[in-house]
Design a protein around this ligand. Structure first.
Ligand code: TA6
Length: 296
């Protein structure tokens, strides 16, 4: 199964027509094309990337699947004070770490990241990240492996991690389920969700017809995004939270690299560990995974 390495990206293709493109910059999946199950249509693009997104490494990609590590949102950990929003993983060039799998079922590659000189200027902890992207006929799987490589007992590595999925879908016609009864923090009311009061989701189906920026706690782990002509499932492991975000025009029009009306064409459903921190002992490895399936 072809794996094409270009100067700035890797392109994976599947014999049944699906494909994925991953920039070394930020290990950002910037394209995932797949056919729906039971359909003979041409593969369709399943991710949203703004036409105004920078793909040259000058800034984090506005779309696709940015990898968020070691902090989500504005840094809140004492070791993260010099970090920018969403951390450094999404705006650092990763290395190709080899082919994990290549057979008729799918193709899987690994990207790796260790502290660069630029990272060391803002972050003191040793770590090793491996990001494995697997393309199958109707699925895209991403898993992040975080290893605490500190030699001495310098205390646990404390971090947050999230996959910032921009799922291509008509934002005014879609629903995200099942979130009924789940506690969430509304960032549209308080930029620092740590200070906002928790709410309980009362809706049977969550829409994003208005500016939405919700951080769900103790989330179920498997989510469906449905709209009249499509359905995507996101199944996760080791991510107790999920963020649902769409800025709509109210906030989207202020985002410099957001194409005009871009907010009408996606929803961000972002599995993560973002409330509190993962605490990883010396020598231990943490793995967070998502399996995204095109159901319809
Ligand atoms: O995941 C939702 C969120 O935290 C929103 O608050 C919004 O800031 C979004 O991420 C995009 O962040 P970015 O730094 O990529 O502009």
């Amino acid at each position: 199964m072809p794996i094409e390495q270009k100067q700035d990206r890797i392109i994976l293709t599947h014999p049944k027509g699906s494909s994925a493109e991953i920039l070394y910059y930020g290990a950002t999946v910037i394209s995932w094309k797949s056919v729906s199950k039971g359909s003979s249509t041409e593969p369709q693009e399943r991710l949203f990337v703004s036409a105004k997104a920078a793909l040259d490494g000058s800034k984090p990609v506005r779309g696709g699947i940015p990898v968020v590590f070691p902090c989500f949102g504005a840094p809140s950990h004492p070791e993260h004070t010099k970090l920018s929003q969403h951390g450094f993983a999404r705006n650092t060039i990763w290395s190709f770490g080899g082919i994990v799998l290549d057979n008729e079922a799918g193709v899987s590659i690994r990207l790796t990241l260790e502290p660069t000189d630029a990272i060391k200027q803002v972050y003191e902890r040793p770590f090793h990240l491996a990001y494995v992207v697997t393309l199958a006929e109707h699925q895209l799987v991403t898993d992040l492996h975080v290893k605490n490589t500190a030699l001495s007992s310098s205390g646990p590595l404390e971090f947050q991690a999230l996959f910032h999925n921009y799922i291509r879908a008509p934002s005014n016609e879609l629903f995200v389920t099942p979130l009924t009864g789940v506690t969430f923090y509304d960032k549209t009311e308080a930029t620092d969700e740590l200070k906002s009061q928790p709410k309980v989701e009362k809706r049977d189906k969550v829409d994003v017809k208005v500016f939405t920026d919700s951080v769900y706690e103790n989330a179920p782990g498997t989510y469906e995004v449905t709209w009249p002509s499509g359905k995507i499932e996101v199944r996760t492991k080791n991510f107790p939270n999920v963020v649902v975000w769409n800025p709509q025009e109210q906030a989207g029009a202020k985002i410099g690299d957001m194409e005009a009306g871009g907010w009408e064409r996606y929803v961000c459903v972002e599995p993560g560990h973002v409330r509190g921190f993962v605490s990883l002992a010396t020598g231990e490895t943490w793995i967070g995974q998502q399996v995204i399936t095109v159901e319809e």
